[in-house]
Design a protein. Sequence first.
Lengths: 432, 254
Amino acid sequence: MTDETRTIKTDYLARVEGEGGMLIRLKGNEIEEVKLNIFEPPRFFEAFLRGRYFTEAPDITARICGICPVAYQTAAINSMESICGVTVEPQIKALRRLLYCGEWIESHALHIYMLHAPDFLGYPSAIEIAKDAPEVVETALRLKKIGNHIMTVVGGREIHPINVKVGGFYKAPSKAELEAMVPDLEWALETSLETVKWANTLDFPDFEMDYEFAALDAAGVYPIEGGERFVSNRGLDIPIDEFYEHVVEEHVKHANALQGHLKERGSFLVGPLARYALWYDLLSDEARGAAEGVGLPKVVKNPFKSILVRSVELVEACVEALRLIREYEQPAESSIEVKPKAGAACGASEAPRGTLCHRYEIDDEGIILDATITPPTAQNQPQIEADLRGFVGQFMDLSNEELTLRCEQAIRNYDPCISCATHFLTLEIERG
Amino acid sequence: MGPTIAVWKFSSCDGCQLTLLDCEDELLGILGRVQIAYFPEATRAEIEGPWDLSLVEGSVTTPEEAERIKEIREKSGLVVAIGACATAGGIQALRNWADVKEYASTVYAHPEYLETLATSTPHSDHIAVDLELQGCPISKVQLVDALLAVLAGRRPNVPTDAVCTECKRRQTPCVQVLGTPCLGPVTQAGCGAICPAFARGCYGCFGPKETPNTVSLAKRWSEMGASEDTLLRAFRTFNGYKPAFREESARHDG
Ligand code: SF4
Ligand code: SF4
């Protein structure tokens, strides 16, 4: 064995949202350094939210991320409604969940087929896949479009929806408007079931990690648009309001971002793998059936198989959207009035990539005094680095080129959203 | 092979470049007629410059970005700035009224690790831009039209009138007449007047239209009961640094 230094490096990661790079340094068989570099410039949302009016938070924070604006809007709304002590009626909650299903369908379809699949199929992008297998990309685009269409009907538009607000919606859609989407959604459901089967034909490296999985607990339903507790498979179980009591931030030099880990045990994972492992039993019959059909276990520890789990969640989002439409009754009032009340609270939701937590403090006049936002990729960043370490340790014999590709793929397993990076917190979560 | 197109990201949320991928019906058709030279959100492949067309998303907030846009200008036939960030500095331009050092220490433990400029500015403050598409995010229709215009060598159709015209076209009753303050009269058309169609006042995400009468609109809002603070905040959002809105917000910054 030589002591030669070997560097595996990608300056600008493609097919992720935002700007990041990767650097791995090996000396002989020793891994000297693993870094996920974040050079997305900071945009200082938490700073300029101070002094804004509390009802502005959903529209302003939506602009943190164009890929998952509904996640931001919803977490902000959950936090503000909690501070002001209001609860919206079930049909409003149902509409929020439906809107969110649209975002899951759009985001998951985009990631599965256009961002992640090229790694498995050996293409630089979906554009080249389209030349050889146009039907794959056409399927992806149609699925994406159906997700986007839900966001347009319920939210007014797909990127930065305009119809959501603290207290409900500006205008509630009619039942007929929602029902018009049913045929498309039925197609989407069939197609997602096929997607699970297709994803199962891909080649997965033989690699597993022993994860601490964390996600919201939504009291008996698969967590999407909210949840009162944040839990893990290793005993973490805290009310969402205590999120930051267990969190210590750290700012590392290689990232314009702050990162997250559990104080006692190091990194943890949020996102599809975690939701699936924790809440498998709450999935619909169709989604569980799809998982069983391809022999997917109840806990998936191979991060490369996140594409399969994301496909199962795609099924779930379609089933949920159809159910919500079936059960929907247009509420008499599309929103309730929310008067500001001095106080502070956390609000969270399950972004396609994992738990997103916001915390605000407002005064009697409704002016925001303080804001903290922790996106899923912030929480996952140390875990991504841990995966890279584990992977490189196991697959050191690969050529540099192959190892670089596989490491990039290992990062894309997380569907990382570096645009949110402006507030990567390094979290340390303590046992309560 | 068709013209080469590069898609660049500066400080932004990625929403405007995602708009391109959201053109589900047109995307494969357009991709068949152009060569994507650089679009890291979608592909690992790269073609070196010069490029026929550069689409530029995001604002300039770091020294590196200020340099990069100049290089892109030199190597691009046409530069099209897409979105409120690229054409007005975006929501992150709120720093332009604050002390960025204080901002950095609010969010980060080690502000000294960051390289950031005191301001967030549009590309037109740094280079000559050939076309600006406003909006947070931009409109798909305008984006597709701009791309087709480039392919056909014609001028793109970018409206310069107000959101109000779009309300009239889709026969949405005026929300302001019904008592909801609306920025539609001073905001550039392009979104299809979505907010009023959802019983909401426009909040100006497409930025100022040509020669907007913000003074008279602000007066109307005051008469409807809006406070000076409300007016300040209303004009100082996603396009707050665009001159017409910047000047109006200054009038309410007491
Ligand atoms: S203009 Fe708005 S949608 Fe476009 S990149 Fe900027 S924040 Fe995102
Ligand atoms: S109505 Fe105004 S705020 Fe609403 S989407 Fe259109 S331009 Fe943006």
